[in-house]
Design a protein around this ligand. Structure first.
Ligand SMILES: Nc1nc2c(c(=O)[nH]1)N[C@H]1C(S)=C(S)[C@@H](COP(=O)(O)OP(=O)(O)OC[C@H]3O[C@@H](n4cnc5c(=O)[nH]c(N)nc54)[C@H](O)[C@@H]3O)O[C@H]1N2
Ligand SMILES: Nc1nc2c(c(=O)[nH]1)N[C@H]1C(S)=C(S)[C@@H](COP(=O)(O)OP(=O)(O)OC[C@H]3O[C@@H](n4cnc5c(=O)[nH]c(N)nc54)[C@H](O)[C@@H]3O)O[C@H]1N2
Ligand SMILES: [Mo]
Length: 829
């Protein structure tokens, strides 16, 4: 059975309902370029999506050497054939006319084309000069959550053991450093406990600050299918906005932003009070419960209601649902991770699962979610500040073991202090001690907080900036050297999604012009720098993706993220595989911690934990004393108010985030006609109550200002909570006509003009979700609606007042279904 659906108008497509503990039916989504039929495709090349952390498996359609479409892979465990709107359409951006084709260098203030040898000679020469004059601490790398495993591992080896710099971090710092930190705090080690399959089995699913419908639309399809099948789960949603998740929730809590810890403490209070604690589990598998019990004793629903501005009765109701769940699945993402008590709050969700014994069984799991497609690999490979293989930088034996893998002296691996986090690197650059910054696969001139400051840092005299990207981004425009990269579909490598599923992504077509895979660039740099091991042999012994993967396998051996049972061949043809994958577990591992936690022992753990208020690392001896047997650690946290809150000068809370149709700074989705048209410009969400009080209307042009800067956008009046403004952070200034950005006088439209330079003390993740702002009317909309989509959290409060978001004929995606499975199709176009 087949049908065509406008997947801009109906982003989640047709339903294939299924009952609890049943198999999620397949649905194969296919999107081909206009006029291309399936039987005209020359080749289908295996890959997975690189536009979120879901890892939706797909094949790329190739015709006459070009990408002409994609289709979902029904054999894959993650998506069973489905594609989200970005997956379906964004492949078109690969062939955008303005892809970078040649390296660029700055001469007399302007970026001019050059060849690879000239560009790389310059980069290597500058590195050598700086090393000689100022040491390795003068060079830093700021990488991504969007390259491949092989690339991160190579970068980690050359930065740590080659240059010996402590300054290597990823934009994963902005994204999932709290996920990693919360897992380390509770389980001693990074590594996702749960599985997406838990959605099939749970009877309660709780989403904390996670707009699953828009940020991982395929898992939302799965949830929708369960909601429409037999024995549907109950949903608990904690989000201040009326997201599609909130609209389908049994209990929706919409707290003041920045109050997650207060709310979670009240939920834990109620669960303890009502006797829903699994005492035998707590006894057998955890330490720290008594402290938690004491800490949450005063945190009644009434206490939290006053702080969070949520009815106490609703908190009780949510606690009852969570406390009586038979199989509880929780997910956590940026509504928790990007605030001032990020780790403290994320850890309380782990505590919820530990006290209820909801771990390691089908349907009972926690997903401290990732955001970016390959963020998991940035972390595993040690390109995020941690040591490769989740090794503990504070454990000399772990460092020695790593040194052995690399055949270098342990002292050549910097580990005398905690690794430098991204915002600290920018501070060092601002202060002048960091003199070279190599940025790969990220666009900080749009995505970091407080953009006026970021622009100042990147254009600072004395800082040599290298940018490796696909496009001439806002960041590339500020660089001294720009290196044109090949991307998804043009290079081969592996990556791992948020539930530890490893996929192979094969090269389908040639990159444009002289663009090169990031791996080749890093290998070239290692060769030019002549990095050596302790016996004088080459430090980097691999030469292509597969040999890099084999090298990584050796580094991962015996660690939680053990890849030794995987190979490129093993990953070809079938489904992705969840690590650890070893001789003992050749088919991978669906869930970690089926029988208590396994990596928290002082000898094996990745971290000895940090103080949840100050972030200062605990000494080994303290951890050994606290947790000698390596159980899960229940860590209590006291609620602290946000650092910046609304008041007389700045009457609104300001939060920022995503919309379904765009990815980050839109370098790909802004170049995809269907996606661009669905959300072409920035907007500002405001509540009905605030709009009414201020006499503001849909479509009015407003300025959102903070002490850092301001942006302009058109108002969308929604069911968002009162006192809160939301701005999507996707819109930079690359397409501001004739302009290069706010510095040339054109108005800002990036959310990060207004956000604050501040971070969670434990994970060092910036606070994109909590700031304060003022709102000024600039011009009336006069009936012209704001450009916000109507299908998502930005749906207008009064439906029908704004034209509905739709894609039309060019947005049709073909959906085909298993013959034997019952399904109900939505009305097609
Ligand atoms: N369409 C799309 N999908 C994506 C991406 C994308 O750019 N576009 N990016 C990917 C990446 S890298 C990431 S990290 C993920 C992020 O995915 P999500 O975390 O789901 O997305 P966000 O919109 O950043 O934030 C989620 C929600 O947090 C809520 N929130 C704000 N403040 C608070 C608070 O104080 N408490 C609570 N409980 N909630 C709050 C917001 O209202 C918002 O709905 O998405 C991934 N998937
Ligand atoms: N206000 C606010 N700010 C935020 C957030 C928020 O919620 N609110 N969220 C934060 C989060 S969670 C994230 S993840 C960040 C994302 O922020 P960024 O990482 O800056 O966003 P992207 O646009 O994904 O940038 C990736 C860049 O890599 C390039 N690229 C893509 N593929 C390749 C490749 O194969 N090789 C190379 N070399 N380059 C490639 C793209 O063209 C693009 O320029 O933003 C953060 N900033
Ligand atoms: Mo992210």
């Amino acid at each position: 059975m087949r049908t065509s659906v406008d997947r801009i108008a109906q982003p989640w497509g047709s339903r294939t309902p299924y009952g609890r503990d049943r198999r999620w039916p397949t649905r194969r989504d296919t999107c081909l370029a206009d006029g291309v039929r399936e039987d005209e495709v020359d080749r289908w090349v295996q890959t997975a999506s690189l536009l979120h952390s879901d890892g939706d498996a797909m094949d790329i359609a190739v015709k006459d050497g070009s990408i002409v479409g994609v289709r979902g892979r029904t054999v894959d465990r993650v998506n069973r054939g489905r594609l989200g709107p970005k997956d379906a359409f964004a492949w078109q951006a690969n062939s955008a006319a303005d892809r970078l084709r040649r390296p660029l260098v700055r001469r007399d203030g302007r970026l001019v084309e050059t060849d690879w040898d000239s560009a790389m000679t310059l980069v290597a020469a500058r590195s050598r000069t700086l090393l000689d004059a100022h040491g390795s601490g003068s060079i830093g790398f700021y990488t991504s959550g969007q390259l491949f495993l092989e690339e991160y591992y190579t970068l980690a080896v050359l930065a740590r053991a080659g240059l010996g710099t402590p300054h290597l971090d990823g934009n994963t710092r902005l994204c999932t450093s709290t996920a990693a930190e919360a897992l380390k705090e509770s389980f001693g080690c990074d590594g996702q406990p749960g599985s997406f399959d838990d959605i099939d089995h749970a009877d309660v699913i709780a989403l904390f600050g996670h707009n699953l419908a828009e940020s991982q639309p395929v898992q939302w399809m799965r949830l929708l299918d369960r909601l429409e099948g037999a024995d549907p789960p109950r949903l608990v949603c904690v989000d201040p906005r009326p997201t599609p998740v909130a609209r389908r929730a049994s209990v929706h809590l919409a707290p003041r932003v920045g109050t997650n810890v207060a709310l979670l403490n009240a939920l834990l209070h109620e669960i303890v009070r009502a006797g829903h604690v699994d005492r035998p589990y707590v006894e057998r598998h955890t330490v720290g419960f008594d402290e938690l019990e004491r800490a949450v004793a005063p945190c009644t629903p009434e206490w939290a209601a006053a702080l969070c501005d949520v009815p106490a009765s609703r908190i009780r109701e949510a606690a009852e649902v969570l406390g009586t769940a038979d199989r509880l699945l929780s997910t956590v993402l940026q509504g928790v991770y990007q605030s001032h008590q990020a780790t403290a709050a994320a850890v309380q969700v782990n505590n919820l699962h530990l006290v209820r014994g909801m771990l390691g069984r089908p349907g009972a799991g926690v997903l401290q979610m990732n955001g970016q497609p390959t963020a998991q690999n940035t972390r595993e490979c040690g390109a995020d500040g941690d040591l490769p293989g989740f090794r503990n930088w504070a454990n000399e034996e772990h460092v020695a073991e790593l040194a052995k893998v690399w055949n270098v002296e342990p002292d050549s691996i910097p580990h005398y202090a905690p690794p430098t986090h991204a915002l600290q690197m920018f501070r060092y650059a601002e202060q002048g001690s960091l003199r070279m910054l190599w940025i790969s696969g990220t666009n900080p001139a749009v995505s970091l907080p407080e953009l006026s400051r970021v622009r100042d840092v990147l254009t600072r005299e004395g800082l040599f900036v290298v940018v490796q990207d696909l496009f001439r981004t806002e960041t590339a425009q500020l660089a001294d050297v720009v290196l044109p990269a090949a991307t998804w579909g043009e290079k081969t490598g592996t990556f791992t999604n948020a539930d530890r599923t490893v996929h192979l992504s094969e090269r389908a077509v040639e990159p444009p012009g002289d663009a090169r895979p990031d791996l080749d660039v890093f290998l070239d740099y290692a060769r030019r720098m002549d990095f050596r091991d302790k016996d004088g042999g080459p430090l980097v012994t691999w030469h292509d993706p597969e040999s890099a993967f084999e090298a990584w396998k050796r580094c991962s051996a015996g660690r939680p993220c053990d890849y030794t049972g995987l190979s490129y061949d093993r990953l070809r043809g079938g489904s992705g595989v969840q690590w650890p994958c070893t001789d003992a577990a050749p088919d991978g591992t669906p869930r970690l911690y089926a029988d208590g936690v396994s990596w928290a022992h002082p000898d094996t753990c990745e971290s000895y934990g940090k103080d949840l208020v100050t972030g200062s690392p605990a000494p080994a001896a303290e951890y050994r004393h606290l947790n000698p047997d390596g159980k899960a650690v229940i860590r209590a946290a006291e609620y602290l108010p946000p650092h910046e809150d609304s008041g007389a000068e700045l009457p609104f809370q300001l939060t920022t985030g995503r919309t379904l149709y765009h990815f980050h700074t839109r370098t790909k989705t802004g170049r995809t006609p269907q996606l661009d048209a669905a959300a072409p410009e920035v907007w500002v969400e405001i509540s009905v109550a605030d709009a009414t009080e201020l006499g503001l209307h849909e479509g009015d042009l407003v300025e959102v200002g903070s002490p850092r800067g301001s942006l302009q956008g058109r108002l969308r009046v929604t069911e968002i909570r009162r006192g809160l403004l939301f701005v999507p952070f996707h819109y930079g200034y690359w397409d501001t006509p004739g302009g290069s950005g706010p510095s040339d006088g054109s108005p800002g439209r990036a959310a990060n003009e207004a956000t604050v330079t501040d971070w969670d003390p434990v994970s060092k993740q910036p606070l994109f979700k909590t700031a304060a702002a003022r709102l000024t009317l600039l011009a009336r909309g006069d009936g012209k609606p704001s450009p916000a989509p109507t299908t998502t959290a930005s749906a207008p409060a009064r439906p029908g007042t704004v034209p509905a978001t739709a894609g039309g004929r060019t947005a049709w995606v073909e959906e085909s279904f298993e013959a034997e499975e019952p399904h109900e199709a939505e009305t097609g176009p």
